[in-house]
Design a protein around this ligand. Structure first.
Ligand SMILES: Nc1ncnc2c1ncn2[C@@H]1O[C@H](COP(=O)(O)OP(=O)(O)O)[C@@H](O)[C@H]1O
Ligand SMILES: [Mg+2]
Length: 230
């Protein structure tokens, strides 16, 4: 079933966090999900070793492009969604993941420097399109943005991307403590609902749901996946 790859040469742009949050949301909606951790630092594997991983979500770690191709093919046969988290450099493994992806998500923060890195990822993707002779659907995802205010620099970047007809998710994964907590301590956002010290968990959950809905809608145009999620 469909493969979603998170790619960006910029470390800290939010690839691993967004990949885990999307995987959790799809799994909590009843879909089977494989998260492929293709980053040699294995941040998703670390997350999965802690308690609270949803029953229908499996994390698989792999090394290098050969293992990655096999892991994607196997996971695509076994689960409704395959999500690949990639390292922050333009390696051949990133190219391979893009070549197999039904959707490439390019996370970026809202600054000029970060946007320049997102543009590099798009150039790399365009090259894979040429090399593999297929068009690769992709979209930029703004992450770690402020929920209340859109700074001028970010508005400017959004305008520039729109002028170049670069697709962007309408939903942005805002900067939220619960996201940081899930990624660093394990488990899911729902596990944090009872934690009195953690504020804004409900809002954080609905923010991910909006993003996840957009992903499902985009994939549904390519292949029928909507029935896999409630
Ligand atoms: N939406 C977010 N809200 C709060 N913290 C975030 C968010 N996205 C990422 N982070 C934090 O930023 C850091 C880098 O994120 P990460 O997902 O590891 O980026 P990448 O995988 O692109 O290197 C991590 O400490 C993570 O907890
Ligand atoms: Mg990462």
């Amino acid at each position: 079933m469909p493969t979603i790859a998170f790619a960006s040469p910029k470390g800290g742009s939010g690839k691993s966090t967004s990949a885990v949050l999307l995987g959790i949301d799809l799994a909590e909606r009843g879909a089977t999900v494989t998260l492929i951790d293709a980053d040699p630092n294995h941040p998703l594997l670390r997350w999965s070793r802690r308690p609270g991983v949803p029953a229908t979500l499996t994390v698989v770690a792999c090394h290098g492009e050969e293992q990655l191709v096999d892991a994607i093919e196997l996971a695509a046969r076994q689960t409704a969604f395959v999500i690949v988290d990639l390292e922050g450099t333009a390696t051949s493994a990133v190219g391979v993941a893009m070549s197999r992806a039904d959707l490439v998500i390019i996370p970026t923060k809202g600054s000029d420097l970060d946007a320049a890195e997102a543009v590099k990822a798009i150039k790399f993707l365009r090259f894979q399109e040429k090399a593999y002779r297929r068009s690769i659907p992709f979209a930029v995802l703004f992450t770690q943005t402020r929920p209340a205010i859109r700074p001028k620099t970010q508005i400017n970047i959004e305008q520039q991307l729109a002028e170049q007809a670069i697709p962007m998710f309408a939903t942005q994964l805002h900067e939220r403590d619960p996201y940081r907590a899930v990624f660093s301590f394990g488990g899911t956002l729902r596990d944090l609902l009872d934690n009195k010290a953690m504020r804004g968990v409900d809002t954080a959950i609905s923010n991910v749901r909006l993003f996840s809905n957009e992903v499902v809608a985009q994939l549904d145009r390519i292949t029928a996946v909507a029935e896999a999620v409630r």
